[in-house]
Design a protein around this ligand. Structure first.
Ligand code: UDP
Length: 244
């Protein structure tokens, strides 16, 4: 694998990459059948990894760790090693789906509630009519080993894991060597595909206030969003050498 430049933010080495560059690499990976592990990390994940070394160890094994959210971009600028742009889980997932359809590659969908998963699959079939769906499993299963075996059996080229963090990364790290595929944790992306949660319109995205749009839709996320100012304080502390 070509060595990609890494930008450390509070202990996580982000991959210095644009959406376009990542897509080009994933195209090569898909064609060559390279096994890959993608983490799209936001400030919440960075803080969680800081507090949980075992999780940090898991995500350090990822081949690509992309900047999911403006907080990561701001952090990289404060630390004077700017990352080029946001590379979100939802956008990367959609790019992968389009690519898979074009290259006749198959996709496995793991995660979300059963009704959400079904609605997401319906949307996928509508948006990518030629896409090969290798299989699907909701995210509330009993034995994870059986799920991993079911995935292995159908030999998908891409596995999208929508179990939310840290579950999805822990699952991927445990099983990704068993299937030659591109594995990516996509958080709540199936909910967005299913239309249960609306993605912020372009205006909100452009002005980097997508998080505010999400908060208005799901006010119960407020406690989780405290992570952003907390993360920024940590970044500032790092900049002024107050923490390691
Ligand atoms: N989820 C799941 N199994 C679990 C826990 C969560 O399938 O045991 C799903 C949940 O239904 C939702 C997604 O994981 O679809 C997590 O969404 P969230 O918005 O929390 O993720 P984020 O995008 O913030 O990482």
């Amino acid at each position: 694998m070509t060595t990609l430049k890494k930008i450390p933010i509070l202990g996580i080495d982000f991959t210095k990459i644009t959406n376009h560059e990542l897509l080009e690499l994933l195209k090569k990976d898909l064609t060559a059948k390279n096994t890959r592990f993608i983490v799209t990390a936001n400030p919440e994940i960075v803080l969680y990894a800081r507090k949980h070394p075992a999780y940090a160890k898991v995500i350090r094994q990822a081949d690509y760790i992309t900047a999911d959210g403006i907080g990561i971009i701001i952090g990289s600028r404060i630390l004077k090693h700017p990352l080029p742009e946001r590379v979100t889980g939802f956008d990367t997932m959609n790019q992968l789906l389009a690519l898979a359809e074009k290259l006749q590659k198959s996709v496995y969908f793991l995660g979300a509630k059963m009704d959400v998963l079904q609605a997401a699959l319906k949307a996928v079939k509508k948006n990518y009519p030629q896409l090969i769906i290798a299989g699907a499993q909701d995210g509330y299963f009993g034995q994870e080993l059986l799920v991993a075996k079911a995935i292995q059996k159908v030999k998908p080229d891409i596995v999208l894991v929508a179990l939310g963090f840290p579950k999805q990364e822990l699952f991927i790290q445990k099983y990704y060597q068993s299937s030659q595929a591109i594995w990516m944790g996509v958080g709540g992306s199936f909910d967005v595909l299913a239309g249960k949660v609306k993605r912020a319109p372009f205006f909100w995205q452009k002005h980097h206030i997508e998080w505010l749009y999400r908060l208005i839709q799901e006010p119960t996320r407020l406690p989780r969003m405290i992570a952003l100012p907390k993360y920024l304080l940590f970044v500032l502390a790092k900049k002024f050498h107050l923490i390691k």
